[in-house]
Design a protein around this ligand. Sequence first.
Ligand code: ZN
Length: 106
Amino acid sequence: MTMQAPATKRCCRCKRVKPLGEYHTRRAAIDGVQTYCKPCAREVARLQRRKRSDLILSAARVGEALAQFTAEAQRLTESLRAMHRSAERVHGELVAAGKRAEETCV
Ligand SMILES: [Zn+2]
């Protein structure tokens, strides 16, 4: 028994009835063609490509921001280390000055 495939099909997207030749083939489908007509399939693919490139652009921007943040954090860390070294030096000088003061008082 063979099923006679309909010569036309209604596109799920644009809802227009079109001949099967207006659809890309899809072996897994009962009628052997896609649910979207060729122009709709092209449009969907175009939108998906655009969405994908938007996502890639967003990811690149996030990566850029992260790199700037990391660089800024490194600068701040270095600045804190320098301040710490400076504080240690001042502390050392104060301790030495205190010792000298004690020695002169004796
Ligand atoms: Zn369509």
